[in-house]
Design a protein around this ligand. Sequence first.
Ligand SMILES: [Zn+2]
Length: 567
Amino acid sequence: MFTSLPKDPEQFMQLDWTRLKPYTDDLLQRDLNASSLESWVMDWSDLSRIISEIYARLWVATTLDTSNPQVTERFNTFLDETLTPFRAADQELKLKLLSSGLQPAGFDIPLRNMRQEAEIFHTENLPLLSAESKLENLYDEIIGAQTVEWEGKELTAAQLQPVYLSLDRSRREKAWRLANNRKLADRQKLNELWVKMLSLRSQIAANAGFQDYRTYRWKELLRFDYTPADCLKFHDAIEQGVVPVALRIYEKRRQRLGLASLRPWDLNVDPLGREALKPYQSAHELVEKVSAIFNRVDPQLQEYFEIMRQKGLLDLENRKGKAPGAYCNNYDMVRLPFIFENAVGLHADVATLLHEGGHAFHVFEEAHLPYFHQLPVGMEFAEVASMAMELLSSPYLLASEGGFYSEKDAARAQIEHLEEQVLFWPYMAVVDGFQHWAYSHQQDAANPDLCDQQWAKLWQRFMIGVDWSGLDDLMVTGWQRKQHIFEVPFYYVEYGMAALGAFQVWRNALKDQHAAVAAYRKALSLGGTVPLPKLFETAGARFAFDAHTIHEAVSLAMDRIEILEKV
Ligand SMILES: [Zn+2]
């Protein structure tokens, strides 16, 4: 056993590759047979946990202080000098286990995944995959350079977002047009980048012995439990069951705003002209109240959250030098999560903390699993943990329940959340549908004009209710503004699937919260040891995205909105 391997972060954070390599060498050389199997896998697992945690802690450090070049340098050095050689050794360890024909207990799913990875692995693809990463970085560079001048200041498109909340419509329109016309100026550049990516991806698939990239990517994303045809059926179900409801939501907004037609710059402003919700004054208050909310969902969840609080595993307040956004990361050796966000006093911060809290509880619940390789969970279910937590928490947003709001404000927050979710499914169908078309019509998709046409076709099918007249060029190039399409092909439908799981958990909780939360926690505790349908089933949900499941989720949301509108 690796008794010499330190278990304390203070010590293992000091390890570099020269001190870690002997452990992979040992594993590669050690005789692997039925009697040595368990200790071999445990040693491999511990080593993997340490590497994973060093990576996580160094990466977290870069987000906590973006201004310190030494922190970035330390992270980059780790990537080049430790992670890259470790990955090569890790690949050999996987092959060693696979070729042994041995099956450690609780390893069905990890072995299934390793077999699949080995099946699509092809040495010729290594330089192509790094070329792909470089093209993906190029996309970020193009988008990152998109700034505009607004009221004498140079702003990124994202920094213009607050203007879309303005009650002054002409100001919103001006900002929206400015940002989007700036994006349109890069149309040619992005067209060229897309064509290069498409041809590279098709070559990667061909090298690995697949006819098309979609088939290859399906395997790469470890999608064992659903097919491209299932996704297309999901789109149909959204068209039938969600699009008419989304239209009603847009129509209500149009009427409330008193407009002849709803334009793209009318989608973020509060339709009743209210001030933004201001739920809390300090980060302390945010944490106190969210902790009280978790207590109402399940006292055990509050205990988990309090552990994070005591151990300094929450970094919530926005401050200069922090990276943007929010995340929950896991420290796999100490088996604890870390939550990061940029709280500034808005409802979004509360929602984010509830969401990331769900991810954090996943880490606590799966901490009992012996092997590192049992931890990864498909995003289709990982996001159920977080999205369900937002819904399970919603009754306790009320100040009288320990939360933040008056009845009216709590109702408003929930309505906005539910409407946002309903409106997400049609957009998801456009993004996913576009990629199914592109990678099954690669010749057509290499012609950006045809991409524009296809996007427009999907947009008109799913995104009705908003008037885009006179904005044709902006509408048809929408695919260029979706980072996922360029950087993580096909990775998007997962959010739509997870939302359906989360709604089913919530449905159960409305009948019997205790039983629903118990099932949810049980499913989280399985980590990645069972297939997706089993995870959903354990959580009290069906892994399905048919018309019935969609209809049930949307009806639940709309019925609840109707009740909340009367508060
Ligand atoms: Zn999430």
